[in-house]
Design a protein around this ligand. Sequence first.
Ligand SMILES: Cc1ncc(COP(=O)(O)O)c(C=O)c1O
Length: 390
Amino acid sequence: MPIYLDNAATSFPKPEPVYAAIDRANREYAVSAGRGRYQRANDLQRLLAQTRTAIADRINAESANEVAFAFSGTDALSTAILGYLKPGDHAIASSADHTSVLRPLWNLQHHHGVELTVVGCDEHGVVDARDIEVACQPNTKMVCLTHASNVTGVLQPVKEAGHICRSKEVAFLVDAAQTIGHHPIDVQQIQCQFLAAPGHKALLGPLGTGFLYVDGTVADDCSPLRFGGTGSTGNEIEQPQAMPQKFESGNLNVPGIAGLKAALNWQPPTGNSAADSEQGSSLSVLSQQLADRLRQIAGVITYGPAEVQTPTISFNIEGLDCQTAGMLLDSQFEIECRTGLHCAPLIHEKIGSTPFGGTVRFSPGIFTTQVEIDQAVVAVESIVRELGVS
Ligand SMILES: Cc1ncc(COP(=O)(O)O)c(C=O)c1O
């Protein structure tokens, strides 16, 4: 079996109850939610409500109605960015952000009269909240910031940014793709008005799931991306304005949401993996160990701070571009990892990985074992030895 170290892209495998829930939904109750008056359609509404509430509880939202289901992190981010910003508005993002933030903003800037400022980051990928404050203009309407870099794993100062946004009366959008499931998230503490997250990364739900949190104070000012049937106010052709239906036109991904619900309820068993004890704690230990051991290999350059903040470790091997390193890891050692820019094109200039074409990224997950970490380190050591860099 290959060693899967690409959990920052999507977690794999999923816990068994997630597969079971998807299968059961597909066989027994994946009907059209909220449309018919038959019993199964009603029962399904309950499942959706329970999942929505579980997500709201996870992020400390005031109401489950502030949570709209999405099909991915990208879907949720586009909904917030394209729905909220209007011609003449100014938005702020950062060099550490993902293209799921930067591309909708670029599109608005080039085609819809939105001004954009992209603030920099330091050599680890950390954004200085004061730069966000300085970049604010009278027409600034939204600040977008990733909670943790998907390249260096570093956490961003979201509380400080949230405080600044609150004082300037600017909406704050947090991209929680790399933190949800790894770190507690409290939207009240962060003071964000939007939080976008996939369900398929560290939350351990299936692909095709995600959500957007929209604070009640901004919901009216955010237009939906998709218009259509919601199973409510069917006598009117105007899109319903109520949350969350406003953002949930069309049939929902019922099997995916059933899987996500099972993932949210899942407790890791004990065994020889990062799921050994409390979720995440062994994963943090293994990730730190992996980063420390890679850092000690002469000829390996690691990125990000010494202390691993989310389980995402980027590195390069001197004399080797990252794509070749990735191919060798796969072909010679059956290690599946991500290589390149990781859809975060602007950070590489700042962290110094441009000459390598980006980085090799190891992202262990909850099912990664100590043996796999050992094999990954041995693989990198072997490549370095063969190259004769050390
Ligand atoms: C920081 C960040 N934002 C957004 C996304 C997009 O999430 P999704 O793959 O669910 O569309 C990712 C995915 O890798 C990410 O790492």
